[in-house]
Write a protein that binds this ligand. Structure first.
Ligand code: FES
Length: 169
């Protein structure tokens, strides 16, 4: 009977400004490298279907779902997480500043909101409130705080949030 041989791969990358090196299985997802092996618990896991967007991070400035990328694909890259979104650029710093933890009811989607909003701001904040709603279509906020996220996005982009009727959207 033959023994199963698992090849492990050495991965070097920078996470939130700190160089790290880790031996991983080739099938390991980036989100599990970050959370389970490197202790970056700011990276959230909100689903097991790659649908919620809670795990967004920036890899070399590109926003990705960390549950949709293999750790080996992030080899030699610079990863910025919710712990240091400013390392992804000023738009992400502005998004994080506009979305403090206490602006969201439970904040479990905050990583997705910060990186989603940051990406929209970095692209020039196209089409205002409607544009950011479209841009964040893949983000699931279980508390339904989409208005707060849109208002924060407009603030991050330097645009005043629209007045809303009390209790309405
Ligand atoms: Fe990655 Fe839900 S945990 S999309």
């Amino acid at each position: 009977m033959s023994e199963e041989v698992t090849t492990r791969v050495q991965v070097r990358l920078t996470v939130d400004g700190t160089p790290v090196e880790q031996e991983v299985e080739p099938r390991l997802l980036l989100v599990h490298l970050l959370r389970d092996l490197l202790g970056s618990t700011e990276v959230a896991v909100g689903c097991d279907t790659s649908n919620c967007g809670a795990c967004l991070v920036a890899v070399d400035g590109e926003v990705v779902k960390a549950c949709n990328v293999l750790a080996v694909q992030a080899r030699d890259s610079d990863v910025a997480t919710l712990a240091h979104p400013e390392l992804a650029g000023p738009a992400y710093e502005a998004a994080a500043a506009a979305l403090p933890v206490d602006r969201l009811p439970c904040a479990s989607c905050r990583g997705g909101a910060v990186f989603g909003v940051g990406e929209w701001v970095e692209r020039g904040a196209p089409d205002g409130a409607a544009g950011v709603r479209r841009h964040l279509e893949g983000l699931l906020c279980r508390c339904g705080a989409y208005d707060a996220i849109v208002d924060a996005a407009l603030e991050a982009a330097g645009t005043p949030a629209p007045a809303r009727k009390e209790g309405g959207a």
